[in-house]
Design a protein around this ligand. Sequence first.
Ligand SMILES: *[C@@H]1O[C@H](CO)[C@@H](O)[C@H](O)[C@H]1NC(C)=O
Ligand SMILES: *[C@@H]1O[C@H](CO)[C@@H](O)[C@H](O)[C@H]1NC(C)=O
Ligand SMILES: *[C@@H]1O[C@H](CO)[C@@H](O)[C@H](O)[C@H]1NC(C)=O
Length: 436
Amino acid sequence: MKTFKFFAVMAILGTAAYLFHIHSTNCGKTDPVHQSVSKIQPTTSRKTGHHFKDGLDMTLTVRMSSNAKLLKLFYCTMLRSLTLYWSGHLGNLGLILDKESKDDHKFAENLQKYQKKLGIDISFTYEPLPENKSVLTVVKRRPHGYNRQLYSSFIMDEFISTPIVAWTDTDGKFTTPVTRDNIFKGNKLRVKGMNTFQYHYIHRWSRFTEKMIGKHMPSDFMTYFPVYIWRDTITHCRNYILKHLNVSTIEEAYIRVGSTDSFQMSPVNTIMSYAYYFEKERYDWHIDIGNVELQKYNKLYLTPGHELTSLDITPDFHVTLHEKYYKDANNTVNRQAYCAAVKNTVLKMEHNIKQMCEPFKTHVMWVLFEFCNKVRQEHLTTWCKNKNKHCISMLKEHYDKTRQLVNKGVYNLDLKKFKVVEEAANFHKIKCQPFL
Ligand SMILES: *[C@@H]1O[C@H](CO)[C@@H](O)[C@H](O)[C@H]1NC(C)=O
Ligand SMILES: *[C@@H]1O[C@H](CO)[C@@H](O)[C@H](O)[C@H]1NC(C)=O
Ligand SMILES: *[C@@H]1O[C@H](CO)[C@@H](O)[C@H](O)[C@H]1NC(C)=O
């Protein structure tokens, strides 16, 4: 498969970004927070700073296309939160788009003008249509684009060139500055999982995974973003599937397995289950098995010889929420999150931000132990039962680190960048609701 790469860092467009003017008067008077920030702080780029020394490069990767619903989530949820809480020091944003779509190319052309102002480099790669169009109808009740996106997960390594893929979705909303420690433990990539086997769909996902790699899902891995994956794990997983099913292309495997039943599927679960069974040592596992005894859990869900140990089930927290499945009508979480990030830093808070943060002065960010609240995906009744000290100290340690990063200027928490995002979104006539 050929890859079609187009890196957006082009001199001419860079110049255009400098000339881009922010209409500071666009912002309604009803939104005091937006008015408060006077000027965009320059954002240090990967080339000038090395706050995350390790030489391991990653791409925050989103497979999307330019339909109205995804665009709105992309700009209003993903990108706005990213501008605050994901640093270019960690890695660029990489978007994988539909090659044949004129709209996707237009979307990219518009967005790339803003990357300087947003403080993040964006790479755009274009994936051609699958050769066998049956790929687009495998999950029958779902549209072609959805099917294509699922399939695409198995070939992501062909469109992302960094050794690490940090895989997220348009509705993944960052809720805290991300530190290196949120991603790595030593040289292993952190993985989170949960026992959600009480839900029917998990068993369907597991059946799909079993057909693809011959193993039961050890846990549900669709419970956090970004999912950090060694790029070559995807390659290895794909090769394994081809061997396991005795087929010559991943398209054939996907169509064959997907069509044998009214399957639902979750490729991230297939790939991370592969990682668990075949590359366990390359990852640092944090599986919340719920309030079940480890031995019992192993008996129920793990293949003998591959049991979880007590080291695999220690707590970890989230740096994102799954927006579509997290009810928070008043954006309370966004305000709490911002206030927690800015608290006790060297940043000068405007009066209205101080006011906004007053009620949250002693607030503990328990929300970092949640992912969804429409379906239960949280650790407050398991790992963090009774709001225990261990979880409190994890949060404290995390915010000590984010404070250092803010004080060094790695994160500037500059709300003015929202205007850049909103201006870029305006190209598609998308209006974001206030964030704070
Ligand atoms: C597409 O895949 C289906 C199912 O494997 C197969 O029957 C069909 O011949 C394939 N079509 C093409 C054009 O390869
Ligand atoms: C795999 O498929 C090939 C051709 O499709 C066939 O000749 C071979 O016998 C199959 N091998 C196994 C182990 O099923
Ligand atoms: C949202 O805010 C409004 C006005 O302050 C309040 O009446 C309402 O109860 C809040 N809703 C939730 C879900 O917190």
